[in-house]
Write a protein that binds this ligand. Structure first.
Ligand SMILES: *Cc1c(COP(=O)(O)O)cnc(C)c1O
Length: 365
């Protein structure tokens, strides 16, 4: 069996009328009524004052960084577990990424390392609820607020994940989402930013629209096209059923692996994950864990660890000069794997994955 790690919606009958309506609106650029409707629907769904559509998640991060006045030479804190798309927009604004270790059993900053890495040049901090696992920001926000440092959430993988009653992406100054085809809300390519700061929203909107070409204000074109927005507005309604289905699939797997030493990655108290992927913690050392991942891959079950050569950001050739002592990050990457969980899977495929996990575990044990 070959498991697809990407959920491709093929709901053409439902979606054609939505696209037709946008075509009839005859405003296909990123400034028309269709965009306004999408932004309103996003703000309503996530419980944010404002939403700003963007052409990608990378564009969203770029817009946020630029409009938070992150200038060349300014430092921006990022977790060592951050993937490549989180860090590249920092280079676009000329910022210096400063790597912070993650906490034990979570994807937030390690509190001790965070305090060590803040300097007079720190201009912003980014956290990433990877694989949809929520972060408890309470402690971090207290420290950052004290130092006057805004938090950017890179919530590209966390649509619908929550802490308490609040969605990931609504805790920081801004939440930057991607709507790339693999993400929980897909418009093919695309992204958006959530914020409650009206002044910042106005600035980000102007920046994304060529500074309104007023000849005084710098800007770029990060607008989303109206056809994508129309699709997005329709697909927001599918998020709750997606979340339910993913949760049910995770339960099928968790029930079947509970007599092994393989554990689900813990979810922070009062948190709920959207299960962009299911993260499993493996019981052995790095090389044996890697064998487990390879064995699953041979059975057609892909892992982000293999697919993206997942490693701490400072082990990528471009970023070796950011090396830092990040034992929690290294431990997690050496002991985890990700399992595809999405509504495009059948129950049969999910049970096949669960049984494969148990079999490979027994073979290696
Ligand atoms: C997908 C992703 C991005 C980039 O989004 P694009 O829309 O592909 O530009 C950024 N950060 C994370 C964590 C992602 O998963």
């Amino acid at each position: 069996m070959k498991i697809n790690d990407k959920y491709l919606i093929k709901d053409i009958k439902e979606e054609l009328p939505v696209l037709k309506e946008a075509l009839e609106e005859a405003q296909l650029s990123g400034t028309g009524l269709t965009i306004e409707k999408y932004e309103k629907a996003l703000a309503d769904f996530f419980g944010s004052d404002k939403a700003l559509a963007q052409s990608s998640g990378s564009a969203a991060l770029h817009t946020a960084l630029f409009c938070l006045d992150v200038k060349p030479g300014d430092e921006v804190l990022i977790p060592a577990i951050a993937p490549i798309p989180t860090i590249l927009p920092l280079l676009t604004v000329g910022a210096l990424p400063v790597v912070v270790d993650i906490e034990k059993n979570g994807l937030g900053f390690d509190p001790k390392d965070l305090k060590k890495k803040i300097s007079s040049k720190t201009k912003a901090a980014i956290l990433v609820p990877l694989w949809g696992y929520p972060i408890d920001y309470t402690q971090t926000l207290a420290v950052l607020d004290d130092a006057g440092i805004p938090l950017i959430e890179d919530t590209a993988q966390a649509h619908g994940s929550k802490l308490g009653e609040k969605y990931m992406g609504t805790f920081g100054k801004v939440g930057c989402f991607s709507t790339h085809d693999r993400k929980l809300l897909s418009t093919g390519e695309g992204g958006f930013i959530l914020t409650n700061d009206k002044g910042l929203y106005d600035k980000m909107k102007q920046f994304s629209q060529l500074g309104y070409m007023d000849g005084k204000t710098y800007g770029v074109n990060h607008k989303l096209s109206a056809l994508q927005a129309a699709l997005g507005t329709h697909r927001i309604k599918q998020i709750p059923t997606q979340l339910d289905k993913r949760k049910a699939f995770v339960k099928l797997i968790e029930d079947r692996i509970k007599n092994t030493e393989i554990k689900s990655f813990p979810i922070v108290e009062e948190g709920s994950s959207n299960y962009y992927s299911l993260v499993l913690i493996l019981p052995w050392d790095k090389s044996k864990n890697y064998k487990f991942i390879q064995n699953l891959d041979e059975r057609g079950i892909p892992s982000d660890i293999l697919k993206y050569g997942f490693c701490p950001i400072y082990k990528r050739p471009m970023f070796t000069d950011l090396a830092s002592d990040c034992t929690n990050t290294e431990w997690l990457i050496d002991h985890m794997t990700s399992i595809p969980i999405h509504p495009g899977l059948t129950e049969k495929e999910v049970i096949y994955m669960a049984e494969s996990i148990v079999e490979v575990y027994k073979n290696l044990k």
